[in-house]
Design a protein around this ligand. Structure first.
Ligand SMILES: [Zn+2]
Length: 311
């Protein structure tokens, strides 16, 4: 079944190639005309006579072996295809490797002339992530003697150094509390236990009345009050899309209104202890994908970012 399909394909290829003798050298693997420039490929057989005329010998070449050294690679790695050709009487045969991505031809690598009856490793250019089909073609003494192997499937995965992406961070910006402050103890950390939930922010402990400022430029979204929890609080959206939540401000200390544009360093309110708070501190939350008024979002530990702003 497979063989007869291959033979049919070769017949068509041969007919196409016979239409113009000039096409014979462009190869059966270049029907699309969108071939990228072919990068030079090291000849692993040690420099077998590329460009040297080889006597024309009748006989169709055979692909005795064709396989990929790895069927799965990471982005940036070089695929290696291993081939072994046999051909009666001829010492070598010309080999090309076509690399197609998602059905589209990507590029053709000219592997030069490879010695027959010997295994060769053909190193291909590094590829970006995606699914590829790699096809080896061996050229005989005439266009009718091109042998194309069945496509080898290759998957190239995106290179990820860790499973979870690093939290977003901003190299610009200012620390949200002006004056003398500390990060408090373990209970002040993001993720610390609270009755019925975990702490979703970082507490910054300081004297009552210290200015709380916008760490980044953006827009004030909410200036509000929550009696049993956040007390007087402010939510702002930075221009990079992050929402930031500032809780326990002093009563009547809000220096901004909802919808107001702020620059980094502009005062939002004063540090206080309103709501459910045991002493003056800023409770700060960072929501990179939007605050809790948008469903499906989550706060991240803001401490790494706060430390950057504190420098
Ligand atoms: Zn807190």
């Amino acid at each position: 079944m497979k063989r007869s399909l291959l033979t049919t394909g070769l017949t068509i290829t041969a007919l196409l190639l016979a239409a113009s003798s000039a096409l014979a050298d462009s190869g059966a693997t270049s029907p699309g005309g969108d071939t990228a420039p072919t990068p030079p490929v090291e000849d692993p057989s040690g420099g077998t006579s590329s460009g040297t005329p080889v006597p024309v010998v009748p006989g169709r070449p055979r692909l005795r072996l064709q396989k990929l050294s790895d069927a799965t690679l990471k982005s940036g790695q070089h695929p290696t295809v291993i081939v072994r050709i046999s051909r009666s009487k001829a010492k070598s045969a010309r080999v090309k490797v076509a690399i197609a991505r998602s059905g589209k031809k990507t590029l053709t690598v000219n592997a030069g002339r490879l010695t027959t009856n010997k295994s060769h490793s053909i190193k291909l250019p590094a590829l970006t992530s995606g699914s590829y089909r790699i096809t080896v073609s061996v050229y005989g003494s005439s266009a009718a003697q091109v042998v194309r192997g069945s496509a080898l499937r290759l998957r190239v995965k995106a290179r990820t150094d860790s499973q979870t992406p690093p939290p977003p961070s901003s190299s610009s910006g200012v620390f949200p509390v002006r004056g003398s402050w500390t990060f408090g103890g373990s209970g002040a950390r993001f993720g610390a236990g609270r009755t019925g939930h975990t702490h979703e922010g970082q507490d910054i402990v300081g004297a009552s009345g210290l200015p709380i400022v916008a760490p980044l430029a953006g827009e004030v979204r909410y200036v509000n009050y929550q009696a049993g929890g956040a007390g007087r609080y402010i939510v702002m959206r930075a221009n990079n899309g992050w929402d930031m939540f500032f809780a326990h401000c002093q009563y009547a200390s809000a220096a901004v209104r909802e919808g107001e544009r702020v620059k980094a360093g502009d005062r939002l309110c004063l540090l206080g202890s309103t709501g459910d708070s045991s002493g003056p501190h800023l409770h700060f939350e960072l929501w990179p994908d939007g605050w809790r008024d948008k469903s499906g979002t989550r706060p991240i530990d803001p401490l790494p970012q706060l430390k950057k702003w504190a420098r």
